[in-house]
Design a protein around this ligand. Structure first.
Ligand code: GLY
Length: 530
């Protein structure tokens, strides 16, 4: 079973499984196909994380998060007057981190894949070269993106018909991307990080005032890491360690919530939302204080994920009153929904959770001329400037500042659940800082409310991140009486659009059947099994 943001990508993953590949092989093939068919977030110019659970219950993870280039420094997002510039931080060539996806896929394949590398890339070479019919969601999102790609002619050329947006059903061909994928197919890691592709990236950086050089690309390495493991009401929770904050904060919240009887409160009742919000508030404060690339900061993961620490935090939660957040009543920047998550389970029970990203939708909007792929704007996930915590909600804490070679802090939370040695589910989501909360709520829906996986995915979600001190609920998610009860407890309620796109798989405990659940918030997403 493969569940991803496009049917093309899910089918390519399943083709690999049917041809005898394992879940890691399928995840890699799916990832390349998303780089072709889901350009908003699928990528070879970004980075991400892969969490794996093997049929024997052992686990591992791959970190192919982007890195700051060697010329980076914590003051690099300031303009010539020494003022913080959101444009430099998020919308410029300096916003581009050294991409990691291709290195991660190659390393995962070398470690745990089977058979020939080229068969995982070849379907995507073909898809890019021959083209595919544009889906409704892609047509809508390309229309939005084109307006923002105006400064970059290579981007307009790649994603429009001479400036005109593609309509549903028209064929999108990406010949330059096909050639880049072909180099990756033939040369593996070096097909991206050396030679023609590296030269084209470095040339575009130089042209636009970016920092990435051929040396930055040549020294990039993906890392295999030990996942975060926690437990929740007898289930094992396996998720991504730093440089993602995801697994640590997820386990911290679950540990806090384990001490409350959420099921008896009722799903999305005022009591439930209050307790979940208070757990989120405490964990996200820790995220802002402590989480960063562990090579550059001493992250107290063991304490943050311990049951004792959770008990301490739980004692500070009052049953009917919201705790104030920091007195700075500030709005954090918009959370980009344009990461993507996909889930794979093979016939032997190997499970793979992948979340990868360009950061914003279509990343930096910069297509590398001659190479046909989009570059990320992941440097935006570094804190903007030391000490800068202002009315726009920037966090200025020390650990997550841009330093040469540092990986920027992520919220991506690819997660696997197991119980008594058996695989239960694969879960994940896009959505910036909302990711961890979306994953949390799918997990609670599965475990506390025993929902079938599609209901667990569909159910309305909420978000609180310490700051801003607001509970954001999806449109139609709660009724007026619940909202009023929460306001009376002191919560500031905000209604928002959709939160997260959780493409999940659950295993039927009786039959072993893999049940795929594409998130209906994502119109192009499809679960494919065989
Ligand atoms: N850029 C989204 C994340 O890594 O959390």
């Amino acid at each position: 079973m493969v569940v991803s943001a496009t049917e093309y990508a899910s089918r390519i993953g399943v083709d690999v499984l049917q041809a005898g590949g394992n879940a890691v092989d399928a995840a890699i093939a799916t990832g390349f196909a998303l780089a072709v068919t889901h350009p908003a977030a699928g990528n070879i110019g970004g980075g991400g994380f892969m969490v794996i659970r093997f049929p024997d219950g052992s686990v591992t993870a791959f970190d192919y998060r982007e890195k700051a280039p060697l010329a980076a420094n914590p003051r690099m997002f300031l303009d010539e007057d020494g003022e913080y510039s959101s444009r430099i931080h998020h919308n410029s060539h300096k916003a581009v981190g050294v991409p990691g996806t291709v290195a991660g896929f190659v390393k995962a394949h070398e470690s745990y894949g089977t058979g020939d590398w080229s068969r995982l890339v070849e379907p995507s070479v073909r898809l890019a070269r021959d083209g595919f019919a544009v889906m409704p969601g892609l047509a809508r999102s390309l229309q939005y993106a084109l307006a923002r790609m105006e400064p970059y002619p290579a981007s307009i050329a790649a994603f429009s018909k001479d400036g005109e947006p593609y309509q549903v059903g028209e064929i999108l061909r990406q010949p330059e991307l096909a050639s880049t994928l072909e180099r990756i197919m033939l040369q593996g890691h070096d097909g991206f990080y050396k030679g023609e592709t590296a030269r084209l990236i470095a040339a575009e950086m130089q042209r636009g005032g970016g920092l990435i050089t051929e040396e930055d690309l040549a020294i990039y390495r993906a890392r295999e890491r030990t996942p975060i493991t926690g437990s929740y009401r007898g289930y094992d929770v396996i998720s991504m360690p730093p440089p993602s904050s995801g697994g640590t904060i997820l386990v911290e919240m679950l540990n806090i919530l384990e001490g409350f009887d959420l099921a008896s409160m009722g799903h999305n009742s005022s009591a439930y939302i209050h307790h979940v919000t208070e757990a989120m508030r405490r964990a996200y404060l820790d995220r802002a204080r402590f989480l960063a690339d562990p090579a550059y900061a001493d992250v107290p993961v063991e304490r943050l994920t311990s049951k004792d620490y959770a008990a301490e935090l739980r004692r500070s939660i009052e049953p009917h009153r919201a705790t104030p957040s920091n007195p700075l009543d500030i709005e954090l920047p918009h959370e980009s929904p344009h990461t993507t998550h996909y889930s794979v389970v093979d016939a032997a029970g190997m499970a793979v959770a992948v979340t990868y990203t360009l950061e914003a939708g279509y990343g930096s909007k910069i297509v590398v001329p001659g190479a046909g792929f989009l570059l990320n704007n992941e440097m935006g996930d570094f804190n903007p400037q030391q000490g800068l915590t202002d009315s726009l909600g920037h966090i200025g804490s020390e650990p997550n500042l841009a330093r040469p070679g540092q990986r920027m802090l992520s919220s991506m939370t690819p997660t696997i659940l197991a119980k008594e040695g058996e695989l239960v589910a694969v879960v994940g989501s896009p959505g910036g800082r909302t990711i961890i909360n979306s994953v949390l709520q799918v997990v609670l829906n599965i475990i506390d409310f025993e929902m079938p996986i599609q209901d667990a995915v569909n159910a309305s979600r909420l978000h609180h991140a310490w700051l801003p001190n607001t509970v954001r609920v999806e449109q139609g998610g709660i009724d007026e009486a619940t909202k009023q009860a929460l306001q009376e407890m002191g919560h500031r309620m905000i209604v928002r659009g959709r939160q997260g796109l959780t493409h999940c798989i659950m295993i039927d405990p009786l039959t072993g059947e893999r049940i795929g659940a594409a998130d209906p918030r994502d119109t192009d997403a499809v679960a494919v099994g065989y």
